[in-house]
Design a protein. Sequence first.
Lengths: 197, 159
Amino acid sequence: MRTMRLVLWSAVAIAMAGLAWLMLRPAAGPMPTIESSGGVAIGGTFTLTGADGKPFASSQLGKPAAIFFGFTHCPDVCPTTLARLTKLRRQLGKSDEAMAIVFITVDPERDGPAQVGAYSGLFGTPVVGLTGSPAEIDQVKKSFGVYSEKTPMPGGDYGVAHTATVFLMDRNGAFQSTIAAEENDAAALAKLKRLTA
Amino acid sequence: MAAIDRRGGSTRCVSMKRIALLPLVFLAACNQEPAAPNIRIDDVWARAVAPGQTSGAAYMTIVNDGGAPDRLVKVNVSLAKMTMLHGTTMTGDVASMSMVDGIDVPAGGKVELKPGGTHVMMTGLTVPLSVGDRFFVDLQFARSGTKTVGGKVVAAGER
């Protein structure tokens, strides 16, 4: 019916106008920064325990850092990621001091200072291994939005499912970007170049 | 005699040839074996683990040059109390490990066990794996039986 057609086309016109307004209106205030869902910045200062058993404050890093959460009983993803980070750091063409590689355990029950220290020492290049009490580790996990969960294995052992993202923090300790597990080396290297520029 | 019965002779010759050829035909038929897998294992390696670290992963490439598929059904490393086939799974940005029942190796194909994917998971290592060490892996295939291969331990940052 003609009236019906008029109504429907009017509706289309109104919808188009609305869409145009949404798209063209000036941005309200500064561009949003990347934030976790809680409205809190990703990462932040922390104090954990170093491989020497002494407290380690994030401010001690003093340089850009790539932070990875894992556990020493992890035979594949964790050494693979850390090996990749050490390889990419080498490819930056700067010294090892250009960037810290930090390994934080999500398995504080098994990974004490000696364990994270020995694990970090496997790569032949500086890797900072950190642990802490379960409560301290939980707090840092939360601040980075990291998930981890024990997964039972036959024989009484357990694995830990965990966020495998690498967090890139600038020299002031502020979050800059992430490297996803499936990102290729070229993309990851570009991010590290920007981080250490 | 003048008239050599060539036709008769040639017929006899053909018959002789046919008889002579018969065994060859049988031989050829006998050599048509049913297609079988032909498994070869290359590049067996593991990363060094830290002293006191009891879990490790081994990687390798399984090649099947044969005309039939096979399936890896069991793995054992004598250095470890328990050996399993594991896969690394990504669910979003969360990495986890899951047991893998077995691995099919297609005819004329290959399967790579490599970092970030399927790997041989060793737990309860009775000796720590150190750079330069050799270790042995028993691989049991559904059709090809058990193959034992040697692997080497490399530095964690090397591969």
